[in-house]
Design a protein around this ligand. Structure first.
Ligand SMILES: [Mg+2]
Length: 184
């Protein structure tokens, strides 16, 4: 894939990667951070990686929470990140159920390609981090990124998948951030 720019980015899944996946987390009250997640994001942000959140939130289409509640939750995450010297550049949210035809829900690479065009990214030197093989890792592969499976969330279940192979498997987001920096 021809790079559209030179900037490096890290695309990060949310539930099971940054926060505990309680199922359909749409409100601040149910947002519980995974250990070392903010430190990992901070490390990447302070080392000039653009950060993007890429999340499938079918709870929106199911009517379990509103877009406004989700926006408030993501603003809350930005506030938590600030002391770590990092911010997400943009939040990409797919509101669709898996069975609803659409072109943005992971493993679609649509949001990553959109970000590459908008911010001038080199996707081949960018990373997708997540805890699910069929959505996160496949999405990163589809976009031409390097991929990291984290063992938080349901990550361990995807570790030995026969066909969906991440570039690297890490214990958590901080471990993933350290590995990314070691590759530069
Ligand atoms: Mg996840």
């Amino acid at each position: 894939m021809k790079p559209v720019g030179t900037k490096k980015a890290v695309f990060v899944d949310r539930d099971g990667t940054i926060n505990i996946d309680h199922g359909y987390v749409g409100e601040i009250e149910r947002f519980e951070l995974i250990d070392h997640a903010l430190e990992g994001l901070g490390l990447l942000g302070r080392n000039d990686f653009l950060l993007f959140l890429v999340t499938n939130q079918s709870g929106l289409e199911r009517g379990l929470f509103t877009a406004d509640e989700m926006k408030k939750l993501h603003e809350h995450l930005q506030k938590l990140l600030k002391p770590h010297g990092a911010q997400f550049t943009q939040f990409f949210v797919s509101p669709h159920r898996p069975e609803t035809p659409n072109d943005v829900r992971k493993p679609s690479p649509k949001f990553l390609l959109e970000a590459a065009k908008k911010y001038g990214l080199d996707l081949s030197h960018s990373y997708m981090i997540g805890d699910k093989g069929e959505t996160d890792i496949q999405c990163g592969i589809n976009a031409g990124c390097k991929t990291i499976l984290v063992r938080t969330g349901v990550g361990k279940e995807w570790e030995n998948h026969p066909t969906i192979k991440p570039t690297r498997v890490c214990d958590n987001l901080l471990d993933a951030a350290k590995w990314i920096l070691s590759q530069q």
